[in-house]
Write a protein that binds this ligand. Structure first.
Ligand SMILES: [Zn+2]
Ligand SMILES: [Zn+2]
Ligand SMILES: [Zn+2]
Length: 510
């Protein structure tokens, strides 16, 4: 596709055809970490059912003023007249009477598929009708033109032939409804089934700046990027007070060399290899061959140190334990750390401190990726026996401690919450890529707990200041673009300033 490659070249990217992965998006130039690689608008995006009367149906923003509802169907909500008008001309003029006719429909995943299909079908239909007009559009850096956006969608993998008969039956019936509702001239009913197959392996869940899902969207350019369980980029969303609201922001979380492939993770990388591969195979129909999934294979093209680190991460996420052990971990952590002096005697607490002391500076200081990998490798070597013997670091204990962490925050038990928060931080630092939004957000929560517990205790203020500095650096990399994302960065900077002021005052009193 001539115009897609033209568009990508303008952004310093190229799409390589590849027999194993079909296509791979590569960068033509060096990309420093914390850069926006590309921002691309959706083909369609809208709030998930629980967010329908929370976020604007057009720009997805949560406005300060209450949302205004469509006076005809009472089904869609907008932040202002401008958004309502934009939605009206894009699709609502046709969809409004359909919503009205169907009454109170159950808002489930079939509904989401149907809604996505209607919106995409209307957009592609409009494009195909005026195809000759769109042929004359020029490709520019500022935006994705309609031709590139629509044509790219039509080339995405559908894996239709791999679907179960039940799934195809379901898609057929959705396609039939949408086809009869929409009076399409340029798209057949059968093509709508292929569109549905495409959504199910290409759609994105839109997460807010706290990583809570709030919407669903189809993004042609985003769909070109392959998965890795050790990705070098992430997807964020641009929401609020701007013209490109609802756009997808591709951010680099590592320095990416010219010629390297850009990858994101389609799933939560804290899952075990078995669970990851199962999910990737069921939903996306491929066997992951990323460095993490192939870490047992010596021939894979990564350094020996990195391979060892990845093997350790795999071991960590494979470890299972039971509920009682999870409860015991929480109890032990709280007991041992509440009695301050015994901290060093408890093996678990000393591991946690060890991990944080070694890895936290790797977030704030400018260390290279190979230095960071080396630190990780040495660390894993030192703690390996303890973590495997103690049956301690597991993904199930992680989720159970996380729940307790937030419960304690709700109860304003700051000391307990930061003790549990440090455990979570230690595990995150081992499992997730170095600069990951989940780490940045957790550091911010942890710094708040410590700060609330610190009063005038200088040592604790110093420790919470170290944490907030790491939060700032991480979130600038992950949340550095997009209005709502930037809000978090500002909050972190404000807290860091408060801490610094307090520290200076304590110094003065001395
Ligand atoms: Zn709006
Ligand atoms: Zn309406
Ligand atoms: Zn993998």
């Amino acid at each position: 596709m001539q115009c897609l490659s033209e568009f990508l070249t303008l952004h310093g990217l190229s799409l390589e055809e590849n027999p194993t992965t079909y296509r791979a998006l590569k960068t033509l130039k060096h990309i420093p970490k914390g850069s926006t690689i590309i921002t691309s608008p959706s083909l369609a995006c809208f709030p998930i059912p629980s967010m329908i009367n929370v976020r604007c149906n057009n720009c997805l923003e949560i406005p300060i003023e209450p949302l205004k509802t469509c006076s005809r169907c009472h089904k869609t909500f907008y932040c202002n007249v401008k958004c309502q008008k934009l939605a009206w001309s894009a699709h609502h003029k046709i969809l409004c009477p359909i919503y009205k006719k169907e009454g109170n429909k159950t808002l489930d995943s079939d509904y989401m598929d149907e809604e996505m299909l209607r919106r995409i079908a209307l957009r592609i239909e409009k494009y195909l009708k005026k195809k000759s007009y769109h042929e004359t559009e020029t490709v520019s850096l500022t935006g994705l033109n309609e031709k590139v956006n629509c044509e790219t969608f039509l080339t995405l993998m559908s894996h239709r032939e791999k679907r179960t008969p039940e799934q195809l039956e379901k898609f057929k019936s959705i396609a039939k409804n949408v086809f009869s509702d929409l009076d399409l001239q340029n798209i057949t009913q059968d093509e709508l089934i292929t569109y549905l197959c495409r959504f199910s392996c290409n759609n994105f869940n839109l997460d807010d700046n706290q990583l809570f899902p709030f919407g669903e969207g189809t993004y042609s350019i985003g769909s070109l990027i392959n998965h890795s369980c050790r990705p070098n980029a992430i997807m964020m969303y641009s929401i609020g007070q701007q013209t490109n609201s609802g756009s997808q922001i591709l951010r680099s979380i590592e320095n990416i060399k010219a010629g390297e492939e850009i990858t994101i993770s389609y799933i939560d990388v804290a899952m075990s290899r078995t669970s990851r591969q199962k999910l990737l195979n069921e939903k996306y129909f491929f066997k992951c061959q990323c460095p993490r999934c192939s870490s047992d294979n010596v021939s894979i093209d990564i350094t020996e140190e990195e391979r060892k680190v990845l093997v350790n991460i795999e071991q960590l996420t494979e470890m299972r334990n039971n509920r009682e052990i999870n409860e015991k971990i929480i109890k032990d952590l709280l007991i041992s750390q509440m009695q301050q002096n015994s901290m060093t005697n408890d093996p678990i607490s000393s591991i946690i401190s060890n991990i944080i002391i070694k890895l936290l500076p790797q977030l704030t200081e400018e260390t290279s990726r190979s230095d960071y990998i080396q630190t990780l490798e040495v660390l894993f070597n030192n703690i390996h026996t303890t973590i495997t013997n103690q049956n301690f670091f597991t993904t199930s204990s992680l989720s159970s401690v996380t729940k307790h962490f937030y419960d304690r925050i709700d109860l304003q038990q700051w000391r307990e919450s930061w003790i549990l928060g440090r455990y979570i931080l230690a595990i995150y630092l081992l499992i997730y890529p170095r600069f990951h939004p989940i780490i940045g957000l957790h550091l911010f929560s942890l710094a708040k707990c410590m700060w609330n517990d610190a009063y005038k205790d200088k040592d604790k203020i110093v420790e919470s200041y170290e944490i907030i500095k790491a939060a700032k650096k991480t979130l600038e990399i992950t949340h550095g673009d997009g209005f709502e994302n930037r809000m978090i960065v500002t909050q972190v900077m404000d807290l860091a300033t408060n801490m610094q002021t307090e520290l200076t005052e304590i110094e003065k009193k001395k």
